[in-house]
Design a binder for this molecule. Structure first.
Ligand SMILES: [Zn+2]
Length: 70
């Protein structure tokens, strides 16, 4: 009961299981799935993607991805 409440911060935290969505084409990167296009194995957190990784659909850079809050 009464767990610590997370303040409704505007800054989303990218956790290992956090999914992110491309703000341009809405492609979702799901760490549980990885990325076939880039041959990223399932279980790869967004933070561990290669620096040159881009959206597999529209080639947007990583900065164009927004955290998906479930
Ligand atoms: Zn995209």
């Amino acid at each position: 009961m009464g767990g610590a409440e997370t303040p409704a911060g505007r800054q989303a935290t990218i956790r290992p299981a956090t999914r992110l969505e491309c703000k341009i084409c809405w492609t979702v990167y799901d760490p549980a799935v990885g990325d076939e296009v880039w041959q990223i194995p399932p279980g790869t957190p967004f933070a561990d993607l290669p620096a040159h990784w881009t959206c597999p659909n529209c080639s947007a850079e990583k900065q164009s991805f927004l955290v998906l809050d479930d």
